[in-house]
Unconditional design. Structure first.
Length: 587
């Protein structure tokens, strides 16, 4: 293959956790933000620092950055509002309350058992003892001493520490070698290390950004699906028979959509010193009206799922527009409404899902060889004289616990291989967008610029079929009876919010608190988990937190909490792949 031909690869890692804080107490109800911080966000920064020739794009959702900064403030003040994290540094675990004891026992085996428990004999032994005593129910757990709790909570955090930290921290190495009998001083030292890791995260990514090695994009502030805020009926563009909530539209959805976008831009300015060039709309959720809102606010590009492009091309041109080798996928497209326009990149589902679901069971070298072979084949099949752009987009945090060593070998060798490859070049979306051909409103090609000798010409799309990165539809978040019920509860709460705000019952501080709680309730994550296909324990956690958030909104509005919020929305009961934290782009 001639070395002069190029394939541009955009690796796009999406970093997101919903807000796990109770807004009335300030307490973190679930620990997933800080656990992913010390494991995944830490390791992902490390791999880029070790491979300076590789360029990638990270997407940081503003509400995730809020939580990381909240943890940083807590460590600085010495008052930690995450009950599980605080117990790591607790002086005497023999004297904890029954509730605290139950929290440790219920929490500290959560994680991928095969990759995060079994490889550590001391931790695995704690699990075996727990299972043995479980035969006696709660009475059996009474035999577990404070030292057992100390060893368990220490190993839990050691198992969640990033592999890059394990290989460079003397403290972690010594604790893992010791294996048991951890002292309060040792637990407190580990607690302090966790604080240092979290505190250093945003500066590490900002440093990579300033070096030009990464791009950082954003998402509407609390991760709401903009098209659904604007109009529930857009879900029927891809699935005409979809059942919808009682209201055709979310009350005041346009105003709320604009607010989430504006807050995201402000967040990006504050954290990274400039406006974001591009955006990952929450869940890759796009519609023409949503994209035009983003274009008006100055975003030059957005990214979404392969299924959205397939549905759009199929609707406009028929099946003949979809090539078997997917050459239609490997180019940017421009969506305009005559005055505003935005460039869209579409996810390669096959390659993205291979990283998310399949390569974890392969030897790292075999997985990387396969990935590179797939890219080389795309270039071979692509029309001569044109340059393919491949967008690999996936969760940047949940996949790695299914890999050995938190994907340490896979990611480090992948980046090394890409950096040395003669005709695969890693780049960012803004870099690509700045070198794409400009297309005027009449769709006349005005100018084609050369990007390192490449010919990247965006194609104009005649409209867009609304959808998301999952299946090209919104069925993961709406249409199911439980999901629709959750939307109905939110719509009712929003109507009450509008009434209270209009009546002027709240002062400025109270209004800000209520709006923030409302924004949190509008996030996509709650609707993701409702449905029988997800595991019961996860559904229960998110169901309870969603209803708790809605109840808190009523309290902040100084209204009685509806009795409907005391009843579960969904029970789950399924066995979704990888515990339901990720889904494939195709069914």
């Amino acid at each position: 293959m001639p070395s002069s031909r190029k394939l541009y690869l955009s690796l796009y890692w999406h970093m997101h956790q919903p807000d796990y804080r109770d807004y009335l107490s300030g307490e973190f109800v679930l620990p997933w933000t800080y656990l992913h911080a010390i494991k995944d966000y830490t390791d992902m920064a490390f791999h880029l620092e070790q491979n300076p020739k590789v360029k990638v794009t990270f997407n940081f959702v503003p509400v995730l950055l809020d939580q990381l900064e909240d943890y940083t403030r807590q460590f600085g003040s010495g008052e930690v509002n995450d009950p599980l994290l605080a117990l790591l540094a607790e002086d005497n675990l023999d004297a904890v309350s029954d509730g605290q004891r139950r929290l440790i026992l219920d929490s500290c085996f959560s994680g991928n058992h095969a990759k995060m428990v079994v490889p550590f004999p001391s931790y695995h032994r704690l699990h075996s003892l727990f299972n043995l005593l479980a035969q006696g129910g709660d009475e059996g757990y009474a035999y577990l001493s404070g030292q057992y709790l100390a060893d368990l909570i220490t190993w839990y955090h050691l198992s969640w520490i990033g592999e890059s930290v394990r290989r460079h921290s003397v403290l972690v190495t010594n604790l893992m070698a010791k294996g048991c009998g951890f002292t309060h001083v040792e637990r407190h030292d580990l607690f302090e290390l966790i604080g240092e890791l979290i505190t250093g995260l945003i500066p590490r990514y900002r440093n990579l950004l300033e070096k030009g090695q990464i791009e950082i994009s954003t998402t509407p502030y609390f991760h709401p699906i903009l098209p659904l805020l604007l109009d529930f009926n857009c879900a029927r563009e891809a699935v005409p028979t979809m059942s919808l909530p009682e209201s055709a539209r979310y009350p005041g959805g346009l105003t709320r959509a604009r607010r989430h976008i504006e807050l995201a831009v402000e967040s990006h300015f504050k954290r990274f010193g400039a406006a974001p060039g591009g955006i990952w709309p929450a869940e890759g959720g796009v519609s023409e009206p949503a994209l035009m809102l983003l274009a008006k606010r100055g975003f030059t590009w957005a990214a979404t799922g392969e299924g959205v492009l397939a549905n759009t091309l199929r609707h406009a041109y028929g099946e003949s527009a979809l090539y078997a080798d997917k050459r239609h996928l490997y180019k940017p497209y421009r969506i305009t409404n005559g005055t505003d326009g935005i460039l869209c990149f579409f996810r390669d589902d096959r390659l993205s899902d291979k990283i998310g679901f399949e390569y974890c069971s392969w030897h790292a070298r075999d997985a990387i060889s396969d990935f590179i072979h797939e890219l080389e084949q795309i270039l071979r099949n692509y029309p001569k004289g044109e340059t393919p752009v491949v967008s690999v987009i996936l969760d940047g945090e949940n996949a790695w616990e299914y890999y050995p060593y938190n994907a340490f070998y896979f990611l480090s060798e992948l980046y090394e291989t890409l950096a040395a490859h003669p005709f695969i070049e890693t780049t960012t979306f803004t870099e690509l967008a700045s070198h794409c051909a400009e297309i005027a409103s009449d769709e006349e090609l005005l100018e084609v610029e050369s990007f390192h000798g490449a010919n990247i010409v965006p194609e104009a799309l005649p409209g867009l079929v609304a959808g998301s990165w999952v299946f090209g539809t919104f069925s993961t978040w709406i249409g199911d009876p439980a999901k629709n019920h959750a939307w109905n509860l939110l719509c009712e709460a929003k109507q009450n919010y509008d009434m209270v705000i209009a009546n002027g019952r709240l002062n400025k501080t109270e209004k800000e608190a209520a709006e923030r709680q409302l924004g949190d309730c509008e996030g996509s994550d709650w609707f993701w988990w409702f449905g029988d296909y997800n595991p019961s324990h996860s559904v229960q956690s998110f169901d309870q937190l969603y209803r708790r958030n809605l109840a808190n909104l009523y309290r902040l509005l100084k209204l009685p909490v509806p009795t409907s919020l005391s009843h579960p929305i969904s029970s789950g009961g399924g066995s979704a792949e990888v515990g339901g934290t990720m889904r494939r782009g195709h069914e």
